[in-house]
Design a protein around this ligand. Structure first.
Ligand SMILES: CCNc1nc2cc3[nH]c(NC)nc3cc2c(=O)[nH]1
Length: 380
């Protein structure tokens, strides 16, 4: 095993196909298949996209899903997932899977945690048991999960934070990135992404990118954003961060976002996204449509015989009325959250396909105007 570091470099590659302004369309080639980018990754927190069978996820056009190390290490544990053949086999998803490295969720979920140079000690939010995550432990857990894309172990500082706090946190994350890379087992078609930190500070982001590209990763994530800074500051940070990343590697903006966030971030050079919004909204009766979002629990839908959207190519809109969905939620039937999660994920995938097609034919600016106009119009 000791020579795994000298193995031929992993052959996970991102290949550009077209650009339109700063936006890029390309393909991510992995051990578990090739996916078109820009791409939106449904979040499969504990080895399931909540309320969805993987056939339903596949039907939306999703190419890659995300799993959470923090949750899976607590339950069912990485060893059990490994015994079950890894996440692909366990959840019947042969396509690429990206797993996060756990740090972010520990900071936002785990009770009582102690952070030190070596890593973080925390108690499980499930049963209070004590656990430890370090760059090495996180990377090993993701290996056991058989993640196609392994994320470096980092710290995401809460905003607002002073430049000094951001610098110290980023520098520690860069030391952790080197340890994560050292612990990564290179395999054909597998990859590991470094995570750029530095808050909204240009000099810190530049330092972080240099540190990560000196180490060398198969892709680069932009961390430390979508933590309450607001869209304007997120976009202004992307304006100078994305162009400093390698042109020939995939760029992944973590935890983003609304349809408007996705559009704006793609136009600033981002290729990959993950966000709980469409699935979480689906569980709370909130539907995403071309005219913005609507809440199906609202009484105004009780007799609304129309479909969710006129585009009945989603698995739901073409079959069920708003009145039926309203009824399901009022009756607290499990089919309500299932259908609306399905619809929302299908809407996000269709949006990404529309954006990608516009990059390829050079009409992204016109599409952006049309999308924003429609989102602002409000429900039909
Ligand atoms: C892979 C784990 N590391 C890691 N995850 C993140 C997840 C996020 N999710 C959001 N908004 C919902 N911002 C994020 C930042 C990070 C970040 O800076 N690092």
């Amino acid at each position: 095993m000791s020579d795994h570091k000298t193995d031929h470099a992993t052959k996970m590659t991102w290949v550009p196909e077209a650009t339109c302004g700063m936006a890029r369309a390309g393909h991510l080639h992995t051990r578990h298949g090739t996916i078109p980018t820009p791409t939106f990754m449904p979040v499969g927190t504990v080895g399931t996209v909540k309320g969805m069978t993987m056939d339903a996820v596949r039907s939306t056009g999703a190419g890659i899903v995300l799993g959470n190390t923090y949750h899976l290490m607590l339950r069912p544990t990485a060893d059990r997932v490994q015994k079950l053949g890894g996440l692909h086999k366990m959840m019947d998803w042969p396509g690429p899977i990206l797993t996060d490295s756990g740090g972010f969720q520990v900071m936002s979920l785990g009770a009582l945690r102690k952070l030190d140079e070596d890593g973080v000690t925390f108690r499980s939010h499930i049963d209070g048991s004590k656990h430890r995550l370090t760059p090495e432990i996180s990377t090993d857990i993701q290996f056991k999960l058989d993640a196609t894309i392994t994320m470096a172990f980092d710290e995401c500082p809460a905003l607002p934070a002073t430049p000094e706090v951001l610098r110290k946190s980023m520098e520690m994350s860069m030391r952790w990135a080197a340890r994560s890379r050292e612990a990564f087992v290179a395999r054909e078609g597998y990859g590991q992404f470094g995570i750029v930190q530095g808050g909204t500070e240009r000099d810190l982001r530049e330092y972080s990118i240099k540190a990560l590209t000196d180490i060398g990763f198969e892709g680069y994530a932009i961390g430390g954003l979508a933590v309450g800074e607001g869209q304007e500051l997120m976009f202004s940070t992307l304006d100078f961060t994305a162009p400093m990343l390698p042109q020939d590697k995939a760029r992944y903006l973590m935890g983003v976002g609304t349809p408007d966030d996705l559009l704006g971030a793609v136009m600033r050079g981002v290729d990959m996204f993950d966000c709980v919004m469409p699935s979480r909204a689906g569980r709370t009766a909130r539907a995403y449509t071309e005219r913005g979002t609507i809440n199906l629990r609202n009484a105004r839908f009780a007799d609304d015989t129309r479909p969710l959207t006129p585009h009945d190519d989603t698995p739901v809109a073409g079959r069920y009325s708003r009145a039926y969905l309203h009824h399901l939620f009022r009756a607290n039937e499990m089919l309500g959250p299932m259908l609306l999660t399905w619809h929302n994920l299908a809407y996000y995938q269709r949006l990404m396909r529309q954006i990608r097609a516009a990059i390829v034919d050079g009409t992204l600016d016109a599409l952006a105007v049309k999308l924003r106009e429609d989102w602002a119009k409000g429900d039909w």
